[in-house]
Design a binder for this molecule. Sequence first.
Ligand code: ATP
Length: 242
Amino acid sequence: MPVTVEHLRRVYGSFAAVDDLSFEVAAGEIVGLIGPNGAGKTTTLRSLAGILRPTSGRIRIDGHDLAADPLEAKRRLAFMPDEPRLFEYLTVEEHLRLVARLYSVPDFEGRARGLIEELELKGKEQSLPDELSRGMRQKVVIACGLVRNATTLLFDEPLTGLDPIGIRRMRETIIARARGGAAVLLSSHLLHLVEEICSRVIIMAGGKKVADGTFAELASRADLAAAGSNLEQIFMRVTGHD
Ligand code: ATP
C-alpha cells in the first residue's frame, strides 16, 4: 500500500492538532482530505511528508516506515505545499534541474520540457520567482514535485490561487498521475472539484477523522442519508454545520 497511516497523533504543546488518525491510500487512488480551517489537514500532510515528527503513530510509504527508514520513504513521495517557497536566485529551469539532480532523475530535459508545457510555464523558464505571479510560483512548486518519479503525491491546496484554465489543467495533471499509478492525497476547500476528481474523501474536524469513504458510501451512511448526496451537504452534516 503506498500510504498507510496508523493512529497518527501530533500535538503542539498540549493541543492535539491531529488525533488518532488512521487511513490508507492505494495506488491509482485520488483521496481528498477536507475539513474546516484548523481541522488538521496541513499537519497531517506535513507529517506524511516527514517535515513534522508525529507525537505518536506510524506512517509507512510503500511499506517503508517514515520514522525508521526516512530516506527510502521520502524518496517515494513528493509533497507540494500550499505556500510557494522558492529559491530567490534560481530560475524556473534551475529549480527543476536542482530537484532532478537531488533525486537523480533520468531524462531531466524531456521531463522538464513536458512539465513546463503541461503546467503552462512556457516562456518563464529563465524567470526568477520574483518575476512570477503567485499562481505561477505555485505551478513551479508543483512542477518540482512532479519532475521526480514519486509514487505518492501529497498536495496541500493545489488548486487555490490558480486561474480557471490553471485549475482545469491541474485537475488533468493530477488525474493523469493517478492513472499512471501514483497514490494521490490532496487537501482542498473546493468541494465541487474534490467531488469531480477524487475517488474517495476523508473528512477531518478538530484533528479527528469524522468520515472516510467514496461518495456513494458516505451518502448511504445512515446518519448522512438525510444530508443529501452532494459533498457540501455531507461536509456540513458531519462537521455539525447543517
Ligand atoms: P486550513 O484549512 O486553515 O489550512 P488545516 O486543516 O490545514 O487548516 P492545520 O494547519 O493542520 O489545519 O492546523 C491544525 C491546528 O493546529 C490549528 O488549530 C492550528 O492553530 C494548530 N497549529 C498548526 N500549526 C501550529 C503550530 N506551529 N503551533 C501551534 N499550533 C499549531
